[in-house]
Design a protein around this ligand. Sequence first.
Ligand SMILES: NC(=O)c1ccc[n+]([C@@H]2O[C@H](COP(=O)([O-])OP(=O)(O)OC[C@H]3O[C@@H](n4cnc5c(N)ncnc54)[C@H](OP(=O)(O)O)[C@@H]3O)[C@@H](O)[C@H]2O)c1
Length: 345
Amino acid sequence: MKYLRLAIIGFGTVGQGFAELLAARQDWIRHDFGLEVTLVSVANARDGFIYHQTGLDIPMLLELAASRRPLTEHPGVTHWANTLEGLTTADADVLAEATGTNLHDAEPGISHIRTALARGMHVITANKGPGALAAEELFALAHQHGVELRMESTVMAGTPILSTISEGMAGAQISAIRGILNGTTNYILSAMASGRDYNDVLVEAQAQGYAEADPTADVEGYDALAKILILSSLVFGRSLKPGDVYRQGITAITREQVQRAVANGQRIKLIASIVSHPGEARLEAKVAPVELPLSDPLARVDGVTNAITIHSDTLPEVTIIGPGAGRLQTGQGLLADLLAIAKTS
Ligand SMILES: NC(=O)c1ccc[n+]([C@@H]2O[C@H](COP(=O)([O-])OP(=O)(O)OC[C@H]3O[C@@H](n4cnc5c(N)ncnc54)[C@H](OP(=O)(O)O)[C@@H]3O)[C@@H](O)[C@H]2O)c1
């Protein structure tokens, strides 16, 4: 039996979804993977960082979070008001980082990840900021300390994109990646293809929880851009800066344009793409609305669903379609990363 002590920082939608999966699959993980995972620490912004040497009771934590009671009500915990102080003092083998994405300076997640890696902890994360802005630095730090950094759920949640490319397609020379990497904009464009107005659909998407109250990150293409930055580092080994990526959102797209595309047997989709031109060091990276013929597999991906097509020499076109968000869907990405680390550590 292998034993891993886990800390979760960020106990919102994703952190709780991941904890719920761990609790529900504990026996199965023990039996099929020979792995015993003990959740020793949890942190959120409101309550700070809690630690229990022999393990926290996950159902109790989920209950406290659901009833908006402080996590410090869990019996027998040591508490730090400051997350970084707790992380530097309490011991764990793996940090799951699930605080909010910040594309300006990647804080607070990047400090959590740097601290954990420097302490010799493996890190798994759903937070797009650190991977988008500092992948090279963080992978170097992980390497220096002999630990792993994995971020499957940063691109298409638990749908296995990064592991499919790095492990399943190992040895294939990848020339391009094109994807629908943002569910909110795809939901809006799909509804506009059936004749709806941008503003009406946006309000509906907000009411259904598919779009944030401030939808800028989605509709202006910043969320898809973050994923492009992660893919360029992880797939092509090249760190791009946000300014290196051409970005256009969907706010200027009219219902008439979408309807005209439909009448011509096409669909307008917000496509995030990276193309590597042979013999050129430069990558061409873009987020922009594109008219696609219905013969393109991405044209038929509707609603909040995400998809990615990978072009390579040995496998000319591989398309993966799946969820790009959600509590358990994103938790699944963290779980797969945790199990991958358990295999090799
Ligand atoms: N939701 C999805 O479907 C999805 C999919 C893929 C990737 N992601 C990424 O996953 C991450 C988490 O998303 P989410 O939907 O779970 O967000 P969320 O519900 O807003 O949760 C964020 C959590 O981070 C905590 N937090 C913020 N600052 C902190 C600090 N300094 N120390 C400790 N905890 C801190 C918050 O505490 P409070 O609870 O006290 O506010 C909250 O618990 C984001 O980076 C997001 O982009 C999400």
